[in-house]
Design a protein around this ligand. Structure first.
Ligand SMILES: [Zn+2]
Length: 107
């Protein structure tokens, strides 16, 4: 379906139905109902676009949540950076440790 804004459907529908009613309702009754149909399509499109906006808002929320998850990952990686290696035996120790708990060498 071509991307036509819902307000155009409603505007055209209103215009056609009002004009046909004003000019010659008996002869232009088809246009009157065509206009009503256009209004209906416009309303359906309006509802549809509103629902899509809602979906977009939700995906934005999901993105924010995944960004939060990434932040947590970064924090975990930082926790890894709080570790250090013993220069003598290569044992992993916490950055605050003063002695290696494997070989006992001082940091
Ligand atoms: Zn060591």
């Amino acid at each position: 379906m071509a991307k036509i804004h819902w307000i155009i459907y409603i505007a055209v529908g209103l215009l056609v139905s009002v004009l046909s009613k004003r000019l010659n309702y008996d002869k232009l009754i088809f246009f009157f109902y065509a206009g009503l149909a256009f209004i209906l399509v416009g309303v359906v499109k309006l509802v549809y676009s509103l629902r899509k906006k809602d979906e977009r808002r939700q995906t934005a929320q999901n993105k924010r949540q995944s960004a939060f998850g990434r932040q947590q990952n970064n924090l975990q990686q930082k926790a890894v950076h709080h570790l250090k290696r013993c220069p003598r035996c290569g044992n992993i120790a916490r950055i605050n440790d003063r002695f290696c708990n494997k070989c006992g060498s001082r940091f």
